[in-house]
Design a protein around this ligand. Structure first.
Ligand code: ATP
Length: 259
């Protein structure tokens, strides 16, 4: 199936304050799209409206042409998997049972976990380099281990669209690259809020950049990650080169020149 996400004119406000202001975005089949912006710019709020946790004040979200806010939770869970910042009730479970939760949308209420479910769980754990954690209690894991296990749960859901809120949070540099490589190699359609501009520059096909809840820029990494835009949105000076190896933007921050 041709997977695509279309968010139109999303708006959300708390009391009198506009947190997300009329943001539209789309993610095409097989694309990896980054959502960037400083702390508090509205990335998580926007994603929560997309993965149906926060009702938008205005606007709509369609996945494969279906309005997620007018669809059953189970249908949404089959279409999109989420790696959110907030955790659910998985803390008192073993790792394999946390990952098994990803299989719920594929199971009927009375069915027991099947051999196929266990195979998918084992494969998902192996893909995030976490097979050795399978029997551990989730609550005893380190931040990076938890993040990888939650990614395994999202993979076990086998949804064609992935929504990721800071997926590389807590991960060391090798695991950051492995996770981004994994998403690319599986050919999934993905929308990811990211803080690391170099990762976004290297891995994303297109970027949306938020400032104060509104879109400040959108386009390819080379179009969005310019010194002028980085200075305007983040207040940090940077040089941007084109990598002779990859042809992608490489960002050199000039921390002493922070405004
Ligand atoms: N329920 C709420 N009530 C009031 N303000 C809120 C609420 N949820 C979020 N906000 C505010 O909205 C703004 C955007 O928050 P959000 O978490 O979307 O930002 P973010 O870009 O994901 O930030 P970060 O990079 O720090 O994770 C913040 O100023 C936050 O304090």
């Amino acid at each position: 199936m041709n997977t695509h996400l279309e968010a139109r004119q999303l708006r959300w406000h708390a009391a009198a304050r506009h947190i997300v202001r009329d943001v539209s975005l789309h993610v095409g089949h097989g694309e990896m799209v980054g959502l960037l912006g400083p702390n508090g710019s509205g990335k998580s709020t926007l994603l929560r409206m997309i993965y149906r946790t926060l009702q938008p004040s205005c606007g709509s979200v369609h996945v494969n042409g279906r309005d997620v806010w007018h669809s059953a939770a189970r249908d949404n869970a089959r279409a999109m998997a989420v790696l959110a910042q907030e955790h659910g009730g998985e803390f008192e479970l073993r790792v394999r049972d946390v990952v098994l939760m990803g299989r719920t949308p594929h199971q009927t209420a009375w069915a027991r976990d099947s051999t196929e479910d266990f195979r998918i769980v084992a494969q998902a754990l192996q893909r995030v380099d976490a097979s050795g954690l399978s029997e551990r209690m989730f609550s005893t894991l380190s931040g990076g281990e938890k993040q990888r296990v939650l990614m395994a749960r999202a993979l076990a859901q086998q949804a064609p669209l992935l929504i990721l809120d800071e997926p590389t949070n807590h991960l060391d540099v090798r695991h950051q690259f492995e996770l981004m490589n994994l998403i690319r190699s599986l050919g999934l359609t993905a929308l990811a809020a990211l803080h690391e501009l170099p990762l976004a520059a290297h891995y994303c096909d297109r970027l949306y950049l938020l400032k104060d809840g509104a879109l400040a820029a959108q386009g390819t990494p080379a179009e969005v990650l310019t010194p002028e835009i980085i200075a305007d949105v983040y207040g940090v000076h940077a040089l941007v080169h084109t990598s002779p190896l990859t042809g992608k933007p490489v960002i050199e921050f000039l921390p002493d020149a922070v405004r």
